[in-house]
Design a protein around this ligand. Structure first.
Ligand code: CU
Length: 214
């Protein structure tokens, strides 16, 4: 191979690398939206978690930890969906002491002990599943942390509406979880820049145990 051939080959290689790099650096592929509603009166008092199954990829927990607050003798929000591996902050912003714990057989069993207003404790959720939250001091307190395998989830609004944005195009399964409703799953195609509408109605009462990891 003479030097001219080598030079030409080098230019071709650099050119190819630049093209690949250019593609890799381009804006991520435009995602789609999955939106709709869950039509059931139970949604008005307690939201459902709507989430996609079978989304491939590795996902990092958010840098700013989500918060499960304690105030006015309630958990706020009542239902908090998180990506597996996420650490949740549990501040006591009430005027009284609380003692958050989760029952045995939940996706994470823990007991934070009694702590006063102004203090906060962290809990990391490393297993997919539902974690009911209770308080040892106040039997009426109840909340849920729902640990999911990917970040494509949301909670319903007061009317039961939901919207999951920036979903990579593909075919997935869409499910929801609610404390008192039987979960349902449907197949959803997601196309770049398009919205796929899914409405869940005529739902049966629960609770039903469900494997959120599949
Ligand atoms: Cu309490």
């Amino acid at each position: 191979m003479n030097w001219i051939t080598k030079l030409v080959m080098a230019i071709l290689v650099v050119g190819t690398l630049a093209t690949v790099q250019g593609r890799a650096l381009a804006a991520p592929e435009e995602g789609g939206i999955v939106a709709g509603s869950i039509d059931n009166p139970l949604i008005r008092s307690v939201p459902a978690v709507v989430y996609l199954r079978d989304v491939a990829g590795e996902f990092k927990p958010p840098e700013t930890p989500p918060v499960m607050d304690q105030a006015k003798l309630t958990f706020i929000p009542k239902v908090l969906p998180v990506l597996v591996g996420t650490t949740v902050k549990c501040p006591n912003n009430d005027t009284v002491q609380h003692n958050i714990f989760s029952p045995a057989k939940s996706a994470k069993t823990f007991n934070l002990g009694v702590y006063p207003p102004g203090q906060s404790k962290d809990v990391k959720f490393e297993k997919v599943g539902v974690v009911p939250l209770l308080c040892n001091v106040h039997a009426e307190m109840s909340g849920f942390i729902v640990v999911l395998p990917n970040p494509y989830f949301t909670t319903t609004d007061k009317e039961g509406g939901y919207k999951i944005e920036n979903v990579p195009p593909g075919k997935y399964k869409l499910s929801f979880w609610h404390e008192k409703l039987r979960p349902e799953t449907v197949e959803v195609p997601v196309k770049a820049g398009k919205t796929t509408h899914v409405k869940f109605s005529d739902l049966k009462r629960g609770p039903y145990s469900v494997d959120l990891s599949k």
